[in-house]
Write a protein that binds this ligand. Structure first.
Ligand SMILES: Cc1cc2nc3c(=O)[nH]c(=O)nc-3n(C[C@H](O)[C@H](O)[C@H](O)COP(=O)(O)OP(=O)(O)OC[C@H]3O[C@@H](n4cnc5c(N)ncnc54)[C@H](O)[C@@H]3O)c2cc1C
Length: 766
């Protein structure tokens, strides 16, 4: 749900899961399950978002989202969605105080249910002209006319809250009881039986003056805000549905045997389940972020959650059908119900494409045919005062120091550009150190600043915003240092951490070998202790920045005859010695950032081993955990600069009005916000690499970056054929070419999907 559930939210989730599962049978019956709604009311859930002043519990959207996720998981059929999630927020935001006092207490107790009529599909982007019902004055009262073709829960709701177009101009909110003279309700045959609909025909329906509920001017912003809040809760329901599709599919494929083994053990099946999980966790991260922001009017965050959840649910439901085989196509099995619910959810509360268009407007500016009246780009909530001051401090420091002879480094040295100004970037590391910007998260005992995650994030963002260059010292700072802090001896910490913190010692990573890539445990480089030193014989390959480094950390086989993960040791080895030869390898980009490293009786001191001899695998894997977690955050902040360059290039080449390009840019922007939400979720949990969001993160960011590169080349058109010398084209070309490596290093896409399936979903190894 949100980043991390509170204890109360977790208790609510457990109760909801147990209760709703016990009523799962009634979801297809036209009458629904009266007992289910009765129980929901008794448990107080009908009151969840109603303020205490009106007889409710006054809890937030986050608690409602917990309920919705569980009801989505169980495909519950009850007034929870239309009445609690749709009608209550509309009343709370738009109705007068007396109207709320009159209506909400009975609704909060579940004695009265409501639905909403506010234009086709209940889009938050609705304008008065798009409403189905018209209202005109009739003495003190009103007369309503019109046809609302599809009303959610329209066949069972006791009343509708009708947003009508006023004959005198503008909109009004009216209470219309289902049995009123002139109201005809026609139940409809919906494909999704769990979400019933009915048509409401209003013919000269006369209403007393107090049936008009809205406070003056409240609907102008309130309607969009209320429907957007419902869109977030719909996203929660879709996250629950997507999660259930994965559970059903993993359980079925583990059970089902073909070719003498569970189909869950076939890699093709595992990878598809893993991709379902990537979609689900992306949607869950985006939802958490929207819930955190939804007290403000952050429509951007809502758009991200809405698009990610709608796409995740349909993807997972469709994959669930496919991976169930023939039974997936039957009425009897649940995937079809989810598929229909997922399709339903795309069409209401603004389609994913309508939200994408709103994002495109906010990122690229509006086009003449844009029709997003209600939705405005909203600034993110202001950061806390401490954080604001810290950001200002970083920005000021960067402005003062990334100047003079360092000015040339602005935005340089990123992926595909690693060889740019390498000597000057080494010096820059020392400038960074003098400002105290290296080791921000390290414990104070090791010379770090022990800053909270929020400030570390703020630093990376401000650094990227100021055009801070690609870091030469990142391997030492973000990979080796945490490893030494967790596994090193006090002597090793005292010896090696200061050089990293002061920006004077540069490290590279010696894992891969010609015969050991994805299968890292196939390492053959040998090491042995002799004459008070470790000796090394063998070869590493693809070693990034070895030619710029003083030291390399290496895993090598210390137990003769050992195989696999046993008998390996983790050594710290100086590169400047006769037994080491470094040969740069030219890459697809034309640069030579990685190298072959040959050890021919190379040596290092006996005490330069981290962990015990033969137990290097544990240390090496812990280091990879840091690689897949925190350390990618700084890199992600550069992505946002690249996206901005792409937007600039689209404008400069006048393709920013092309609907296909706008849609892809909106998706890129949504994807980047999702990555950020995902990273923040990792950090909020407090144990990097522990949760499902950490497991999917590498796969998600590397594929996002690769797609960005492809979009960039399509934006450039034929100009992309030629090697550009200047930004933005030059940088975007680098993104396109270098991002092919993103899905290879630090665990290829295929290996990531294996890990997600096996560790995240418990699927069997092939
Ligand atoms: C730019 C760049 C920088 C790098 N920097 C470093 C560095 O600093 N230090 C370092 O040690 N290494 C580094 N690497 C190496 C990187 O970690 C390896 O390239 C990666 O682990 C893959 O190994 P491989 O190249 O041997 O490919 P292989 O393992 O041979 O894989 C070839 C193909 O087979 C697939 N495959 C392999 N096994 C499986 C399986 N079980 N299931 C499904 N598919 C499979 C792979 O996904 C891939 O598509 C770098 C690589 C790149 C591209």
């Amino acid at each position: 749900m949100s980043a991390v559930l509170t204890e109360e939210q977790r208790a609510l989730q457990e109760t909801a899961a147990a209760y709703l599962a016990s009523h799962a049978n009634a979801r297809e019956s036209r009458d629904g399950d009266q007992a289910l709604w009765q129980g929901i009311a008794e448990l107080g859930w009908a009151a969840v978002i109603v303020p205490e002043a009106f007889g409710g519990l006054g809890l937030g959207l986050a608690e409602a989202a917990v309920l919705l996720e569980e009801s989505g998981r169980q495909l519950s059929r009850s007034p929870l969605f239309a009445s609690v999630v749709l009608a209550h927020p509309l009343l709370v935001r738009c109705a007068t105080d007396p109207a709320c006092r009159r209506l909400l207490p009975a609704m909060a107790e579940g004695r009265c249910t409501a639905t909403v009529i506010a234009g086709p599909g209940l889009s938050p982007f609705v304008a008065a002209a798009g409403l189905d019902i018209q209202a005109r004055r009739d003495g003190d009262g009103w007369v309503l006319d019109g046809l609302a073709g599809q009303v959610l829960d329209g066949d069972t709701a006791d009343m509708a809250l009708v947003v009508a177009r006023l004959a005198e101009g503008g909109m009004g909110l009216f209470e219309v009881a289902a049995g009123l003279a002139g109201v005809t309700c026609n139940p409809l045959e919906a494909w999704d039986l769990t979400r019933p609909q009915a048509g409401w025909q209003l013919d000269g329906v006369r209403l007393a003056a107090e049936a008009r509920l809205d406070s003056p001017g409240a609907l102008d912003d309130g309607l969009c805000g209320a429907l957007a809040a419902t869109a977030v809760l719909l996203a929660a329901e879709q996250v629950g549905g997507a999660a259930r599709c994965i559970e059903l599919t993993v359980a079925y494929t583990r059970e089902r045997q073909q070719f003498g083994r569970p189909v869950a053990s076939f890699q093709a099946v595992k990878h598809r389940c893993a991709q379902m999980m990537v979609h689900l966790e992306s949607a869950r991260s985006a939802l958490g972020s929207a819930l955190a922001a939804s007290s403000g009017a952050a429509l951007d965050e809502i758009a991200v959650a809405r698009v990610q959840a709608a796409e995740a649910y349909r993807f997972c439901a469709a994959e669930a059908i496919q991976l169930h085989g023939g039974v997936g196509f039957t009425w009897e099995y649940d995937p079809q119900l989810h598929f229909k619910r997922a399709q339903w959810g795309r069409q209401w509360f603004g389609t994913p494409d309508a939200w994408r268009a709103a994002v495109a407007d906010s990122v690229l500016g509006q086009t003449p045919d844009t029709r997003h009246h209600g939705a405005q780009h909203a600034e993110a909530p202001a950061p806390a005062v401490d954080e604001q001051a810290f950001r200002a401090e970083v920005a000021d420091w960067m402005a003062r120091h990334l100047s003079g002879r360092f000015e040339v480094l602005r935005h340089r040295g990123g992926p595909g550009d690693e060889t740019a100004h390498s000597q000057l970037r080494r010096e820059w590391e020392q400038v960074m150190a003098s400002g105290g910007w290296i080791g921000l998260g390290w414990p104070r005992a090791h010379g770090g600043r022990e800053l909270p995650v929020s400030l570390q994030v703020a630093f990376h963002e401000e650094y990227a915003r100021a055009g801070g260059p690609g870091r030469m010292g990142h391997i030492g700072e973000t990979l080796l240092a945490p490893t030494l802090i967790d596994f090193g001896t006090p002597e090793q910490q005292q010896r090696f951490l200061p050089g990293i913190r002061e920006g004077t010692a540069f490290w590279c990573q010696g894992y891969s070998e010609p015969g050991a890539g994805s299968d890292l445990a196939a390492i053959r480089t040998r090491c042995w202790l002799e004459g008070g030193q470790w000796h090394l014989q063998g070869q590493k390959v693809w070693t990034s920045l070895a030619h710029e480094s003083e030291w390399i950390f290496v895993i090598a086989r210390s137990t003769p005859g050992s195989v696999g993960r046993e008998g390996l040791s983790f050594l710290l080895v100086p590169l400047d010695q006769p037994g080491v030869e470094i040969r740069p390898i030219r890459q697809l980009t034309g640069e030579a950032e990685f190298n072959e490293v040959f050890f021919d009786d190379a040596c290092t001191a006996a005490e330069c081993i981290v962990g015990a001899p033969g137990e290097g695998w544990k240390v090496a894997m812990a280091l990879l955990g840091y690689e897949r977690g925190l350390s990618t955050l700084g890199q992600q902040m550069h992505f946002s600069h690249e996206l901005q360059l792409l937007v600039d290039a689209a404008r400069a080449r006048a393709v920013d009005r092309d609907p296909a390009i706008r849609r892809r840019i909106a998706d890129a922007w949504i994807g980047l916000r999702t990555l950020r939400a995902n990273a923040l979720r990792i950090f909020a949990r407090g144990e990097a690499a522990a949760g499902p969001e950490a497991l999917v993160y590498k796969y998600a960011w590397s594929n996002w970056h690769r797609d960005l590169g492809e979009l960039a080349m399509d934006v450039m058109g034929t100009a992309g054929d030629l090697q550009a010398q200047d930004d933005p084209l030059r940088r975007l070309q680098q993104v396109f070419f270098f991002s092919r490596a993103d899905t290879i290093y630090a665990g290829t896409n295929e290996i990531q999907l294996n890990l997600i399936a096996e560790r995240g979903l418990g699927m069997p190894r092939g």
